[in-house]
Design a protein around this ligand. Structure first.
Ligand code: FES
Length: 64
């Protein structure tokens, strides 16, 4: 499903960017162009990044 309509980027592409190391919306934008238009998808991009935290190695987990 498209998460960024401006750049026609799907959630699968964003997930791939996160798996490649993207940890911020800017990182995702740099890797796959998602978020580079109106900015309306930034909250969704951040949610996808946050959701991926579950699968990151413990060494990358933030300390609360
Ligand atoms: S919908 Fe992603 S930048 Fe506009």
């Amino acid at each position: 499903m498209y998460v960024c309509h401006c750049e026609a980027v799907t959630d699968q592409t964003v997930d791939a960017a996160v798996l490649s190391g993207a940890r911020t919306v800017s990182d995702v934008m740099e890797l796959c162009r998602a978020g580079g238009g109106c900015g309306g998808c930034h909250a969704t991009l951040q949610a996808l990044i946050d959701a991926s935290a579950t699968f990151r190695p413990a060494s990358e987990a933030s300390v609360a």
